[in-house]
Design a protein. Structure first.
Length: 228
């Protein structure tokens, strides 16, 4: 990790902004299972591309999408609470960090590099992750979809995260797993490294084209060179 942090400094990177689900946390499989269970509960056939259709959306935007697309009558608030309850125990007890994520975050923080989380997930589930993974308590800022107007691919969450750590987005490095998030980071003016998560692999070619690098996990960082 030290080699990559030296590389960051050489390239003028002053802060790091990171998505959580599918990026720092190995959690996208959980959300697939929740989608399957929820659609079965509602007796609705689940489209094969559902997860990519809603990737990057805030939970509120996702609730509106479900109401509009599937004719679900539950209010957005009821839907969000249902999904939070379905996921909360896993975030508290089972969801693990991606390989090398904890070491990378600790290395950044030990070097005094500000780090912010920027997620489409709810504040409730982020707080559950913080309770499980102590390294998140060291971070400088957390911005969730509850705090911004537009979900990814809009740049709102990354612009707000950069603002909270007091660094221009152009001086930040973003880590993201879905193409909508990669585009959000680019739209904010940051440089983006994409994560090759299995649940967004159908968009690997787009991620390669629209980011400065693609890695499977954070153990690969020391192999990267960044343009100045």
């Amino acid at each position: 990790m030290k080699n990559f942090i030296r590389e960051m400094k050489r390239a003028g990177i002053k802060g790091v902004l990171s998505d959580i689900d599918g990026t720092l946390l190995d959690s996208m499989g959980l959300w697939y299972d929740i989608d399957v269970a929820f659609m079965k509960m509602k007796d609705i056939s689940m489209p094969s591309d559902l997860q990519m259709q809603i990737a990057g959306m805030s939970m509120y935007e996702t609730a509106l999408y479900f109401r509009r697309t599937f004719g679900i009558e539950d209010s957005p608030e009821v839907l969000m609470e249902t999904w939070n309850e379905m996921a909360r125990d896993a975030y508290l007890h089972r969801i693990e960090l991606k390989a090398g994520a904890e070491e990378f975050l600790n290395a950044l923080l030990d070097e005094g590099i500000p780090v912010a989380l920027a997620t489409s997930n709810s504040r409730h589930l982020v707080e559950s992750s913080i309770e499980r993974h102590e390294v998140f308590n060291r971070l400088h800022a957390i911005v969730t979809a509850d705090e911004i107007q537009n979900g990814k691919p809009a740049p709102d969450v990354y612009i707000e995260a950069a603002k909270k750590i007091g660094i221009a987005p152009s001086d930040c490095l973003v880590f993201e797993d879905v193409i909508q998030g990669v585009r959000a980071g680019n739209a904010a003016g940051a440089r983006v490294i994409a994560i090759d998560d299995p649940y967004s692999r159908d968009y690997l070619s787009e991620k390669k084209a629209e980011s400065i690098a693609v890695i499977k996990d954070f153990t690969e960082l020391d192999q990267l060179k960044l343009e100045v």
